[in-house]
Design a protein around this ligand. Sequence first.
Ligand SMILES: *Cc1c(COP(=O)(O)O)cnc(C)c1O
Length: 370
Amino acid sequence: MIKDKNIPFVNLKSQHASLEHEIENAVSSVFKRTAFILGPEVARFESAFAAYCDAEHAVGVSSGTSALELAIRAFGIGPGDEVITVANTFIATALAVTYAGATPVLVDIHPDTYLMDAENVRQAITEKTKAIIPVHLYGQPVDMDPILELARQHNLVVIEDACQAHGATYKGKRVGSLGDAAAFSFYPAKNLGAYGDGGMVVTNNSDAADFIRIMSNVGQTKKYHHQLKGYNHRLDNLQAAILEVKLPHLDGWNAQRKKWAQLYKELLVQSEFVLPYVAEHADPVWHLFVIRTQEREELMAFLQERGIGTGIHYPIPVHLHDAYQDLGYKAGDFPISEKFASEILSLPMFPDLTSESVHYVSEALLSFKK
Ligand SMILES: *Cc1c(COP(=O)(O)O)cnc(C)c1O
């Protein structure tokens, strides 16, 4: 008997309830000390997150978007330079390239993984190319070795967009430790979410880490001594205090997501929908569980009627947004990204989902048009 008739796409309430006291203590400790900017919580969380990613440095910043921009700028990339990324990503990946003054060059995705395809990258490399941004979308790690090999051959920087992939591994190595630098987001619904905005750059390059630390803090090397025209892109101390409480739980939450992903796959194996493909090299963290169908709009409405929330990540590929008409791309340039954008549907996925809910959602999916 299924009683759960309201299954949201994502629900953070039970996660908050499970940590309420610890979080309140952490936050009230910051309140009591009135230490709101770059306090010890930021430094401690940076060290803990660097260790978690098997990387040497981590610099807290204000969002995943600012993490990407500062990582790009840390390698001297700017006006006149081209940065290759995928058409199938959140707009922020491209925006960060634009903010740095460089030009986003888009490539189509691999039809199995929906992620960056090294062969497409190879064809997009020009004299002006300076960097590649593979995006570990949906928490699925990109096949990095061929991309890193291309980068070596052409002397390019690799910046991982790991904003959806905290804890995912590629050939046993954590994402974030694979390229020259990586950007993470702590937007509340991400696998590791703050109670507001936040982000992190992770890198083994100490010059890049120093640059980002200075740039994110109004360009100052010491108080009121400004070496660079920096930004106010600091990680908020309250957010760091909360993230410090949450980080030790990340692996457990990712394990829960994995359990629900496996259950969806088992229950939906006979369905007509295209299920997520996981490459052999990948241990994903299931930020999203994305299926595909040509009857996406009908299916979404059908699920909604049954109290099931879904999402689309993302309905419009980067090159078809009004904001990016200036890049000169047109419909038809990236056929896989465009086709999939009209077919993908993200099912409910969050650590505190229940087995009953996954069964209920799966049964609803199996009964569609039957
Ligand atoms: C969330 C996200 C970002 C941006 O992160 P914010 O913290 O929202 O700025 C960038 N890239 C991808 C793939 C994301 O999912």
